[in-house]
Design a binder for this molecule. Sequence first.
Ligand code: ATP
Ligand code: MG
Length: 389
Amino acid sequence: MERVLLVRYAEIHLKGLNRPFFERLLVDRIKQALAPLAARVEREQGRIFVYGIGEEQLAESMDKLCRVFGIHSISPACCVEKDWEAIRNAAVSEAKPFADANAHLTFKCFARRSDKRFPMTSEQLCRELGHELLEAYPNLAVDVHQPELKITVEIRQQNAFVYTNEIPGAGGMPVGSNGKAMLLISGGIDSPVAGYMIAKRGVLLDAVHFYSYPYTSERARDKVIELTKLVSRYAGTINLYLVPFTDIQLTIYDKCPSTETTVLMRRLMMKIAERIAKDTGSLALITGESIGQVASQTIESLCVTDDAVSMPVFRPLIGFDKEEIIEKAQRIGTFETSILPYEDCCTVFVPKHPVTKPKVDRLRESEALVDFEPMIEEAIGKTEKMIIR
Ligand code: ATP
Ligand code: MG
């Protein structure tokens, strides 16, 4: 009797000619997630099986697999020969801990045969297993409507599998199945969540962060590195580009209308991010903006920001309330780090009365007051690349 993790993936994304590509990629992602362990990962007919995970590694492995995009659900199962006796014994032993732990327990058996050559029908299997379990554990009772314990048998090509539990996976598509995009990551709550959401759709992430020494500290930078690391638990390896932004920020402050500094800063960030993205194979930019959250996120401001670049800008949080974003950040585990109180370059340089309805033409003019090109070049030249995993 061997232990195995039975991994289901969302079929809907895997139809047609691309299916083998998705499947292979998902197998690779699972192997990477479990890397140091000697797990064997195999695919068979719309399922992936992970063999060789010992009982003591089970919790950690499940934790890691629950962060792999493309997985619909996972069942730790017992893998046996396609033989009635073996299946019965497995079902009895799988049910044992539950039967032992409860004075009374209701259950129901489920059976699925993808190998129709198996001599018993699904119905027969369920019925017979039900009898066996009632005999083995007098404290069990059948409830076909709301069973407390569900025992499932799957008869597949090679083996039979028996399990009692189906744990939801992260959903989405395997990272790398949908190209690469550049996340603008601040130290805030929103951008890590935005990165998570796009990675979930199968997009590989790179990230760029703008810092303003000495106005922002080393600790603020470490916080961004830590946040990127937390996102990489889902998104896989992320190249993080750290861009020195102090000169540009001071120049904007010095030379441009004070009400427009934030929007101008946003435009310059987008421009630099787009250049790095183009040089490194990203096809879109990602931000954590949502309509109306702050002055620089009114529709007018977003239009002005978009006008600075030609690449598509993905804003997956655009229609989310702050509360919903916080809830998501808590769920993916970035919230606690995001709320550490280190200053961000946006907060250091906020104008007292920012424009809330900036006009594109007007902002282009203000930007043209300074020749930013050499400063952009210099910032990119001094950009530091870190590989986060
Ligand atoms: P967040 O919680 O992500 O910081 P926010 O609500 O504080 O977002 P802003 O500070 O206006 O919003 O930033 C909007 C978006 O611009 C961020 O979600 C992020 O994508 C990007 N951004 C802001 N500051 C930086 C920075 N220093 N480096 C890289 N990207 C940034
Ligand atoms: Mg911010």
